[in-house]
Design a protein around this ligand. Structure first.
Ligand SMILES: NC(=O)c1ccc[n+]([C@@H]2O[C@H](COP(=O)([O-])OP(=O)(O)OC[C@H]3O[C@@H](n4cnc5c(N)ncnc54)[C@H](OP(=O)(O)O)[C@@H]3O)[C@@H](O)[C@H]2O)c1
Length: 333
């Protein structure tokens, strides 16, 4: 063990300001939704985390329920923090969330004050932390007044259990309302975490404009459409892939039209001297509203590949139009 971080870790990464805040985030962040639970190989999870840190990734994104088992990604992350990354805590931005089902009974999910406060307390314990840097409401709760959910976020900051707060999966309209409530309470909304990639464009229908106007950062999740926007599924469905192993990426999502679009995008990426994964990350980073791109990875090799996206972030208008043409028929499908 005895990990020592690379001396070169800040040499190639870019850091972008998150909305109108003082916080800089690495242009690429690492998410622990898959590949970091108790069902995964711990040594691999640890290697990916340390590889990320060695390459300038400062932002690590978790949620109460990441696993499987739910909670085990936070536990494993806590283990790596304790054994390897402890000395570097102040170089890291750690986020977690609550909102999806985590424990039984009426308080184990959604957005009540009861649920959010209890969940964050559990998360802090699992990770062995006094505070997280960012705490999110993971999804809007149609049955809890928005004022209550936002008051819980405000309270968490005042208690010192999170430095900043964010929203995930809130619509443009919900985001505007939530941001106004938070601002009035004196706790700015730092960041929004929506699903956004070449195939999933719902954020372009109002949300990005709201984030821009209100000075909120944007960290797209599933930037590779869970692996579809890579060369992983061009020939077949590999046995070790998310589509073969996990249930969030279904075979039915890989339609003939989508496979054709993937092949065309892959050709285009090659002509730019990039992998498709790199082009998908670069395309998001070329959007001025995007602060950081939140990738997942099942190996250090994949993460290295994704990090190289930073070598070519420029797109000509022709290239942008080509991406629109290719993805047009499969957007939001
Ligand atoms: N707020 C929310 O509601 C929400 C929801 C989902 C995710 N998130 C966050 O966003 C993070 C990222 O989501 P995601 O894992 O879906 O992101 P993603 O980057 O779209 O997909 C990651 C997966 O793509 C494959 N992959 C990655 N790099 C590759 C490469 N270079 N070449 C080939 N395949 C590659 C791997 O799958 P294989 O297993 O097939 O190798 C990897 O696990 C999560 O960890 C989480 O923190 C948030």
């Amino acid at each position: 063990m005895n990990y020592k971080a690379s001396n070169e870790r800040y040499q190639t990464m870019k850091y972008n300001r998150c909305g109108r805040s003082g916080l800089l985030l690495s242009a690429i962040s690492l998410g622990l939704w898959h590949n970091f639970g108790s069902a995964d190989v711990f040594d691999n999870s640890r290697s990916i985390l340390l590889h990320a840190f060695d390459n300038g990734i400062t932002h690590f994104d978790l949620a109460n329920n990441y696993g499987p088992e739910p909670g085990s990604a936070e536990e494993n992350f806590g283990k790596v923090l304790k054994n390897d990354l402890k000395a570097y805590r102040d170089e890291m931005v750690i986020s977690t969330k609550a909102g999806y089902l985590m424990w039984e009974g009426p308080y184990g999910e959604w957005g009540s004050k009861k649920s959010l406060i209890a969940s964050l307390n559990q998360s802090l314990k699992r990770m062995g932390l006094d505070y997280v840097d960012i705490f999110y409401s993971h999804r809007p709760d149609p049955n809890t007044p928005l004022e209550e959910t936002m008051a819980a976020l405000d309270l968490i900051v005042r208690q010192g259990k999170a430095l900043y707060v964010g929203l995930s999966n809130y619509s443009a309209e919900q985001t505007q309302k939530a941001e106004s409530i938070l601002r009035e309470m004196g706790t700015p909304c730092l960041i929004h975490q929506p699903r956004y990639n070449m195939f999933d464009r719902w954020v372009e229908d109002g949300l990005l404009e709201v984030l821009d106007k209100r000075g909120i950062g944007c960290i797209p999740f599933s930037p590779l459409a869970q692996g579809l926007l890579t060369d992983r599924y061009i020939k077949d469905i590999p046995k070790d892939s998310r589509m073969a192993k996990a249930h969030f990426l279904k075979e039915s999502m890989l339609t003939e039209e989508k496979r054709n679009a993937i092949i065309d995008l892959n050709d285009m990426a090659i002509s730019r001297g990039q992998s498709l994964a790199q082009m998908a990350v670069a395309w998001l980073l070329s959007n001025k509203t995007v602060t950081s791109v939140l990738v997942g990875a099942s190996s250090t090799k994949q993460l290295s590949n994704n990090l190289e996206a930073l070598n070519n972030l420029e797109f000509s208008n022709d290239e942008l139009n080509q991406i629109e043409r290719i993805s047009k028929g499969v957007i939001n499908s």
